[in-house]
Design a protein around this ligand. Structure first.
Ligand code: PTJ
Length: 262
């Protein structure tokens, strides 16, 4: 049963001068998403985990993430059939931006949920339509991918099923491995560089999707002017393990800096 969240404060009630106002407003977006069935209860927990990891990079997009963003954008532009997988948290946090990223990159949107329920599929579809999406896969025609027992195995025959590159912002562990077994290139956005998803993806952007998706839109616009060869070079030169090591070392150094300045 849906918890009664009727007396939760709305985003407008967050005082401007609150030191964590921006973060609180984002929290409320997730809470609003829960009320409208876009976000699942576990999505709140996932968000909290993300917040904690965001602290470890100073809530800013570091240089290693910018490098991964370029490799990700180049991969989307080179791909024959790129897909952006959308779950509840993505739809609640960055609806307009994810639709814009789809339009500018040419990657189609597919709703793919771990906690798949018809009412959530339809609620997320509505959010994306409101944000300007014309084509939304994953809601009507459905097939299954192998090596996956969760409901994330349910995919669109015209979407993830035949994709060569899949962008999975905010993921849970098992699907990236299944997509890899199905010979797909996986781009993950995950603030936790130690997660299974982060470790198994081809390109992992360790950044908050709230900052990262707008940056991707900008970089796609810039990279569109490059040749295919240039884009292939960007992708070839990117080493995900090396980049994840940079992320982990960055977090360690950041904590050491804070400890020194106590
Ligand atoms: O598909 P749904 O909508 O039914 O729900 C799926 C959830 C979100 C519940 C599911 O994917 C899940 O449980 O995810 P996990 O296993 O908690 O993993 C989420 C990962 O995303 C964690 O590593 C978080 O640190 C990270 N994360 C959370 N918020 C953000 C984030 N990464 C980037 N940006 C964020 N805003």
């Amino acid at each position: 049963m849906m918890p009664d969240l009727g007396d939760e404060r709305l985003p407008d009630d967050v005082p401007e001068d609150h030191p964590r106002a921006a973060s609180l407003r984002v929290r409320h977006q997730i809470i609003e998403g829960l009320k409208t069935h876009v976000v699942t209860e576990a999505g709140l927990i996932a968000h909290g985990r993300g917040e904690a990891f965001d602290y470890l990079i100073g809530e800013k997009t570091p240089a290693f993430a910018l490098k991964a963003i370029d490799a990700a954008c180049a991969s989307l532009l080179i791909a024959e059939h790129p897909i952006i997988s959308v779950n509840g948290n993505v739809a609640a946090l960055v609806p307009n931006e994810i639709v814009l990223l789809s339009k500018t990159s040419g990657a189609k949107l597919e709703i793919n949920l771990f906690y798949r329920k018809r009412e959530r599929e339809l609620a997320i579809e509505e959010v994306l339509k409101k944000a300007g999406a014309k084509l939304i896969l994953g809601v009507h025609d459905q097939t299954e991918i192998d090596h996956l027992s969760s409901k994330r195995r349910i995919v669109d025959p015209e979407g993830i099923a035949r994709a060569d590159v899949v962008l999975v912002p905010l993921e849970d562990g098992d699907r990236t491995e299944a997509l890899k077994k199905a010979q797909k290139k996986v781009i993950a956005i995950d603030l936790n560089p130690m997660s299974r998803t982060a470790q198994h993806a081809d390109i992992t952007i360790v950044d908050n999707l709230i900052r990262c998706i707008p940056l991707m839109i900008q970089r796609i616009d810039y990279l569109k002017k490059k040749t295919r060869q240039d884009l292939q070079d960007i992708v070839r030169k990117f080493d995900n393990k090396e980049n994840l090591a940079l992320a982990i070392n960055f977090m360690r150094s950041y904590l050491e800096l804070i400890a020194r300045n106590l």
